[in-house]
Design a protein around this ligand. Structure first.
Ligand code: C2O
Length: 534
């Protein structure tokens, strides 16, 4: 294995899109940012220099960070921010991981423009467990606001009102033709007849689940979140913020130009969301001004399509790539997630929208949790995060009398190497919506999912403990539940949160503290010398 060195220079840059210019934060003046390439088991060293005018951290989303929690990146969870003018070297090894992941800023909403792909190839000489593609292409889905994103977030925190939704969605940075704006035509995926392409698709949007389609073509899904899957064919890819999907595409249709769409999925009863991002697939040899082959955009609320996609996902579970699903459980946890309201005298309506896990709205600490844990600094967090909801109610029914949440910086302690089963129930009480939940530091097996209230006696009988999909970001359905299992083999402090940034902001987040083990290589090493200070 090799050591790969990268330099990330974080700078502001003027960028023009949809008839307007603004300054955005970028890495190396690129939007989307540079791709990080490595092979399984390589060590990656990224020197991040902050030349922007605000604090910053970078998170390597989906990288296991086995005993390298100091490099994980979420601000105030594993590190204090890199301040303007400072730098920090992220140093981690890609233990037993290969596939597509991504990196993004992990402080406030800076990740709107600070993100890029991580491509981890198999070890040298090891083939993919699927048809070897002729070429590989990266597709990053995102969002763009006309105004300054940080401004908008700060205003919403003061008013207590929801932040404004983005103005357009993007495919590799381009929205495609926008009514009334001269554009450069958007992104084009160039293909040659007869060739097979591996598309590495990343949803880097802040708040939008997407349906992804290419007119006339089907995909074979071979990997999600850097875990191989049993291949299956689909016309429509469903991908939530924080998720990655590798899909094989064969250019076997008549030479021509085909529409690519990334359209929003939204099952909450809210007004129609913003635009479908478009791009084109173009065969080599397509004549000038061809007729574009169009595709039908899925209905925005099509849970039929989301369920069909999610339910088709299975771990490859082959001899080389077995699914190591924990069969016996040490910690059984049940978390409710949802949105509530807290009184707020200064807010527009006298209340502030908040979100919570087991009724706890997580308050960000002022010193990073991992440092506080390592150096035993008292008073930063408490260890009383509830393993069950404070009271039992009909999670999908009428609001209980008390929809207020309590505030706290609480963590849940897990024994080293214990097996954890966590069922997350969406309460669908005041803001019914599905949630892509992301766990740092682990891959999890999604052993079950259902609608309505979770039944702790009946539902576990249907869990898939053989070949459930393995991922780092999993959906909890609107008014339903999802069950995951993982082995707590990574000592440190690990963030769990909704990857819809608006819900994270409102407090839909918590952290696990995983104890050190007793053996050699079972504890968290000391922090690097350049770890930023608060
Ligand atoms: Cu991709 Cu905690 O984030």
């Amino acid at each position: 294995s090799l050591v790969r060195h990268y330099s990330f220079l974080v700078v502001l840059k003027n960028e023009t899109k949809i008839c307007g210019s603004k300054f955005i934060t970028t890495v190396n003046r690129k939007f989307p940012g540079p791709t990080l390439y490595a092979r399984e088991d390589d060590t990656v060293i990224v020197r991040v220099t902050n030349r922007a005018n605000h604090n910053l951290t970078i998170h390597w989303h989906g990288v296991r960070q086995l005993r390298s929690g100091w490099a994980d990146g979420p601000a105030y969870i594993t590190q204090c921010p890199i301040q303007p003018g400072q730098n920090y070297v992220y140093n981690f090894t890609l233990h037993g991981q290969r596939g597509t992941l991504f990196w993004h800023a992990h402080i406030s909403w800076i990740r709107a423009t600070v993100h890029g792909a991580i491509v981890i190839l198999p070890k040298l000489g090891v083939p993919y467990p699927f048809t070897n593609p002729d070429k590989e292409k990266i597709i990053i889905l995102g969002e763009w606001w006309k105004g300054d994103v940080e401004d908008m977030v700060q205003k919403s925190l003061v008013s207590g009102l929801p932040p404004t939704v983005s103005d357009v969605h993007t495919i590799n940075g381009h929205p495609g033709p926008v009514h009334g704006c001269a554009t450069n035509g958007g992104f084009t995926l160039h293909v040659e007849s007869g060739k097979t392409y591996l598309l590495r698709i990343i949803n880097a949007a802040l708040n939008e689940d997407f349906f992804f389609k290419i007119a006339g073509h089907r995909f074979s899904i071979v990997e999600v979140d850097a875990s191989y899957t049993k291949p299956f064919e689909t016309e429509t890819i469903f991908i939530s913020p924080g998720q990655t999907t590798n899909a094989l595409l064969t250019a076997d249709k008549p030479v021509g130009k085909y529409l690519i769409t990334a359209s929003p999925f939204m099952d909450a009863p809210v007004p129609i969301d913003n635009l479908t991002a478009t791009a084109f697939l173009r065969y080599k040899g397509t004549p000038k001004n061809p007729t574009i082959v169009l595709t039908q955009v899925p209905a925005q609320n099509s849970t039929l399509l989301t369920d069909r996609f999610i339910d088709s996902l299975r771990s490859l579970n082959s001899e080389e790539y077995p699914a190591k699903v924990p069969q016996f459980i040490d910690h059984t946890l049940f978390f409710t997630i949802g949105v509530g309201i807290n009184p707020c005298e200064t807010c527009v309506n006298g209340v502030r929208i908040v979100a919570a896990v087991n009724n706890v709205t997580f308050l960000m600490p002022e010193i990073a949790l991992l440092q506080s844990h390592y150096y035993k600094i008292r008073g930063v967090f408490t260890e009383d995060f509830p393993g069950n909801p404070p009271f039992v109610f009909d999670y999908t029914g009428k609001p209980p009398a008390n929809i207020q949440t309590t505030n706290g910086t609480k963590v849940y302690r897990l024994r080293y190497n214990s097996n954890v089963q966590l069922v997350i129930q969406d309460t669908a009480v005041i803001a019914p919506e599905s949630h892509p939940i992301h766990l740092h530091g682990f891959n999890v097996f999604v052993v079950g999912k259902g609608s309505g209230n979770f039944d702790p006696i009946e539902d576990p009988k249907g869990f898939n403990l053989v070949d459930p999909v393995e991922r780092n970001t999993f959906g909890v359905p609107n008014g339903g539940w999802t069950a995951i299992r993982f082995k707590a083999d990574n000592p440190g402090v690990w963030f769990l949160h909704c990857h819809l940034e608006v819900h994270t902001t409102w407090g839909l987040k918590m952290a696990f503290l995983v104890e050190n083990g007793e053996g050699p290589n079972e504890s968290l090493p000391p922090p690097p010398r350049d770890l930023p200070r608060c």
